[in-house]
Design a protein around this ligand. Sequence first.
Ligand code: SF4
Length: 311
Amino acid sequence: MDSKKMKKIRALVLFSGGLDSTLAVKVLEKQNIDVTGLAFVSYFFDDAKAKISADKNNIKMHSVDFSWMHCEMVKRPKRGYGSAMNPCIDCHLLMIREAGRIMCKEGFDFVATGEVLGQRPMSQNMRALKLIEKEAGLEGRLLRPLSAKLLEETSVEKEGLVDREKLLDISGRSRKRQFELVKELAINYYPTPSGGCLLTEIEFGKRLKKLWEEVEDPAFSDYELLKLGRHFWVDGAHIIIGRNERENIKLKELKGKSDIMIELEDLMGPAALVRNHDSRTVEEAKKLIAGYSRHAKNKNYHQLEYKISEG
Ligand code: SF4
């Protein structure tokens, strides 16, 4: 008996929630393949978009937190960074390698992605696609349904697990074909492509670099602190000044036992979290608070009263 009739083929698809990965899922589902979307969580991105998209498009989804492993890779990427601190080739490789590990452990038949040949010059050219497949140890088991007809036939296609004829031949940066397919495949929702990964932001990259210069082994909250406020480093102390009420509250939530919070006693203004403080850095933090407070304008920071919370 044909083994396809006995057991449904199972695919694990790297799933960001964006249009391309959603299309990859839907193209495979159309072939009656049992698809699970796989989203990753790290210090620098989360699975929020993927969860919304999975929910609205009726996609089964699984999330994996690989923060530590991902962060180690971001510190020393073998193939370097993009325009900011985004090591896209190594990051993608790590995700696909992890997907391959899950595929073996959980009995999936193959891994697929929403990659499109030529869409991203650094990580989606022919050479990069081949390299990723080889280095992830997934030769023949990694399918790119959106560009499959332009790529070498995989074992997955040769074995008849998927019908190559029903896969696509999209390439390049234009998204015209993808938008046409939204209707055809009845996709209800997809988020805008912008944002999502802090590593692509130049300013965040500078903060991250500085953190690694100053702190040998940062904690989870060190990475969380990078996501808000204004940052100053004074003699090894990290001073973060909230830019609004929401950030002031978040800083208090992130305050560790050995950190201090400094606020103006009687005036509205920014709060400061100081990590690794001493008396000199406390004075620096007070100066910064006074400098950024509209209500303390024209006053010398010495003349102001401060509330300091420790422990
Ligand atoms: S944009 Fe961010 S999440 Fe995406 S591949 Fe690059 S580094 Fe990884």
